[in-house]
Design a binder for this molecule. Structure first.
Ligand SMILES: CC(C)(COP(=O)(O)OP(=O)(O)OC[C@H]1O[C@@H](n2cnc3c(N)ncnc32)[C@H](O)[C@@H]1OP(=O)(O)O)[C@@H](O)C(=O)NCCC(=O)NCCS
Length: 432
């Protein structure tokens, strides 16, 4: 897998920013001053408190694993806070039938003093050109606002659900499963979150790999964690004793009620029984009125595990954003649930995916993709956002057609859905 840190800064963005007397350069993660300035500017950009020295130290190892770029006023000495930040790394992205290398983008901030001058555009286009130059076929991110990234070709390809359960009325009709649920301390919780996710991420389209700091935070072990000691952990072992699921959660008291809300911080499972057992633990917990969980797949079985489906509120929202850079690698790097043979015409203002592409999938779901003459008649016309929305199997071509985002006959759109949709709904279980 490509090491993103080995890919030089994008010359076009460097030149564009130099035209505004700004320097676009790598952060030297070995330099205390440069690394700390990046982390503090990043925290300010995301409206967080200024990190303590302990938090800066804690975050340094994550920083060292990433390709970190800052934008500075020309000639700013090392240690000056950047006026814009971005970082990236290459991670596996699960797609139906396999994995793709994905250029993950994070820490996109522009200081309040320099907003709306095109700096974010230079950062994002720079990341996309860097990824393409490294041969990475797709880019991904999670977004603070859903209105920012479509202009660069990203689509909300992996919708997920926020689940809220009224535990007083939910009841339970799910099956009894073998195995057991047991409490674990936070160190074990951190380890189990990592090991279970590493398997779970391969089971759903849309998932990416985690990293140690992510699990330390979910387990309440990161420096300065606001609720560290309130985080609790349980895991599920199957009948053979193997750990198949893990859950980090927090109980918060409902004022004056001597009753609690159980907030699931992270729930990761690799078997249906593990998911059933951990949901049951949460829904039937004593003294709990409400259970909440985020980043669940939209087909989570919880609705069918409770006696009263009206006890469940499911709020679907955008979460995983993807951007296709290399059409043959992305469409040819996944499998399909039905045969296909059609020509797609893709409009990509940034050029990466622009053109006409013939996609053929055989009865086993294996695909081949080739560029065809731009003048060829196309079965499907769509822009880069619609193509990126479809690629992980979590968005419907029929729905895109109905919204005017994709041109095809109704029959062709339905055949795209038959072929593209993943068996289970995609999921992305982390923010990054
Ligand atoms: C979002 C942010 C990075 C934008 O930076 P910026 O340098 O002001 O953006 P640019 O000037 O390059 O704007 C590029 C385009 O995005 C648009 N845009 C910028 N911020 C936007 C926002 N918050 N919502 C919608 N559109 C936005 C601009 O209007 C411009 O549109 P155009 O190119 O179609 O004319 C900046 O506001 C910021 O740091 N916000 C806080 C941190 C954050 O939310 N980061 C995103 C993390 S996922």
């Amino acid at each position: 897998m490509t090491d993103a840190r080995s890919i030089p800064v994008d010359p076009a963005s460097a030149e564009r920013l130099a035209g505004q007397s700004l320097t676009y350069r790598f952060i030297d993660t070995a330099s205390d001053a440069d690394a700390e300035a990046f982390l503090r500017a990043d925290a300010r950009g995301f409206l967080d408190s200024d990190p303590t020295a302990e938090q800066v130290t804690d975050q340094r190892s994550m920083l060292a694993d990433r390709r970190n770029i800052g934008v500075f006023e020309a000639d700013a000495p090392v240690g000056t806070w950047p006026i814009a930040t971005v970082n990236s790394w290459v991670t596996p992205l699960t797609v139906p039938g396999g994995e793709l290398d994905m250029w993950a983008i994070s820490s996109v901030t522009v200081s309040g003093t320099h907003r709306r001058r095109g700096i974010a555009r230079a950062l994002l286009e720079g990341e996309l050109r860097a990824a393409a130059s490294a041969g990475v076929p797709i880019a991904g991110l999670t977004a603070s606002e859903a209105t920012i990234y479509s202009r660069y070709g990203f689509a909300p390809s992996i919708p997920v659900a926020r689940v809220k359960i009224d535990a007083r009325r939910a009841g339970w009709v799910g099956p009894d499963v073998a195995g057991r649920v047991e409490y674990i301390d936070r160190e074990v919780l951190k380890d189990n979150l990592g090991t279970v996710h590493e398997v779970a991420r391969t089971l759903r389209s849309g998932q990416i790999a985690g990293w140690p700091g992510r699990w330390a935070r979910a387990a309440g072990l990161s420096a300065g964690h606001p609720n560290a000691t309130a985080i609790r952990g349980v895991r599920y072992r199957d009948a053979s004793g193997a750990v198949r699921g893990v859950m980090a959660y927090r109980l918060t008291e409902i004022p004056g009620a001597f009753r609690c809300q159980l907030e699931i911080q992270h729930l990761s499972t690799v078997t249906p029984d593990a998911l059933i057992a951990l949901w049951r633990f949460a829904v039937q917990h004593d003294l709990v009125d409400t259970v909440t969980a985020g980043l669940r797949p939209v087909d989570d079985p919880i609705t069918w595990l409770v006696a009263d489906q009206r006890a469940i509120e499911l709020t679907v929202h955008d979460h995983g954003w993807l951007r296709v850079l290399d059409v043959p690698a992305v469409l040819g790097g996944r499998t399909y649930r039905a045969p296909l043979d059609l020509v797609l015409r893709v409009d990509d203002p940034l050029g990466f995916a622009h053109g006409a592409w013939r996609l053929t999938a055989d009865a086993d779901g294996r695909a081949s993709v080739s560029a065809v003459d731009d003048g060829a008649s196309a079965d499907v016309s769509l822009d880069i956002v619609a193509l990126s929305a479809l690629c992980a199997g979590g968005v419907s071509a029929v729905q895109l057609r109905a919204s005017g985002r994709l041109e095809a006959t109704a029959v062709v759109a339905a055949s795209l859905d038959d072929a593209f949709r993943s068996v289970e709904a995609p999921q992305l279980a982390i923010w990054y």
